[in-house]
Ligand binder design. Structure first.
Ligand code: SF4
Length: 311
């Protein structure tokens, strides 16, 4: 089977993350990649040569989208983002579609304008609760005590970013009154509430100017504190995922099937994807979902496997 690549993820080098999300994927596996970028040096030629070579390789494989990400928040390293911008510009055909995966921590209007200058087109905002910032920040153990998703989306919308809301689906995804009297409700009433909640979440995505929405099932690596937390906190979240799946099949229109097999639906003016395999572990789907350039400047095809090295 020929390789199909959705995007090229490039990992931002940073010593640690400003957040400590309860479900953090990066903390659930080893990341044995030495940081070969050293922003304190005037030159980082070797690192950048390695990165440029791999960006070109990904392009030759048909990859047209870059995702800025990492075991941290890419906005933590402004200098690296500036250098990456120059490195990308040096490509014979620079990437046109550049996305950033972020909780939005510390991204104010000035920082959004900076990201725009760096060529970023899509803000992929990872959230645990889009109704209640306090709850969202609590689950992210967010470094930014003022993170306000509505304000971030409003600013991003006004500046002209494409907005993707990535809903991390756990039992904390619902609006404030969802659990009032929930335990006493019958199974049928609980299901009815989940149905109503799914409509509420989709409505809220419209209010937040979403162009795209991804519902993400939490990945877990058994034996880690994050996996224990996910085990104890995803019962009704998983029912919500099933409900949204039915809703978009019944009321949405299929747009296309993404390279790795997930369906993308048009629903009420934005697109929806349900991502149940964010780490690309489905053995029935042999497609490579993405390439990843790690902090050592080398390329891999799996987040949690140094053995997946491409070169
Ligand atoms: S922002 Fe990302 S890397 Fe940082 S703690 Fe949250 S999930 Fe982990």
């Amino acid at each position: 089977m020929s390789e199909v690549i959705q995007s090229l993820s490039i990992c931002c080098p940073a010593k640690c993350c400003i957040n400590h999300c309860k479900t953090c994927t990066a903390r659930q596996h080893e990341n044995p990649y030495p940081d070969r970028y050293d922003g304190s040096r005037v030159d980082c030629y070797e690192y950048w040569e390695e990165v440029i070579k791999r960006m070109e390789y990904a392009q030759r494989k048909g990859c047209e989208t870059v995702m800025l990400t990492g075991s941290n928040e890419p906005q933590q390293n402004r200098r690296w983002l500036e250098s990456l911008y120059l490195a990308m510009k040096s490509l014979p055909k620079p990437f046109l579609n550049i996305e950033i995966q972020t909780t939005g921590a510390f991204i104010d209007q000035d920082y959004l304008l900076f990201l725009k200058k760096m060529g970023v087109t899509t803000l992929a905002i990872s959230t645990f609760n889009i109704f209640d910032d306090e709850k969202n920040r609590e689950i992210e153990e967010c470094g930014d005590k003022n993170l306000n998703i509505q304000e971030l989306c409003k600013n991003a919308y006004e500046i002209g970013f494409n907005i993707r809301i990535c809903v991390n689906v756990t039992d904390h995804v619902f609006s404030k009154d969802f659990y009032n009297g929930f335990e006493q409700a019958s199974d049928a009433e609980k299901q009815e509430r989940i149905q109503k909640a799914s409509a509420e979440i989709l409505e809220r995505c419209t209010e937040l100017h979403a162009n795209q929405v991804t519902f993400r099932k939490m990945w877990c690596n058994p034996g880690t504190p994050e996996a224990d937390w996910i085990d104890a906190n995803c019962t009704y979240g998983n029912s919500l995922l099933d409900t949204v799946k039915v809703t978009i099949k019944e009321n949405g229109t299929l747009i296309n099937i993404l390279p790795y097999g997930a369906a993308r639906y048009d629903y009420n003016g934005f697109s929806i994807v349900i991502d149940t395999d964010s780490m690309a572990k489905d053995e029935n789907n042999a497609a490579i979902k993405y390439y990843i350039i790690r902090e050592n400047g080398k390329m891999y095809s799996s987040w949690d496997s140094p053995a997946s090295i491409v070169f």
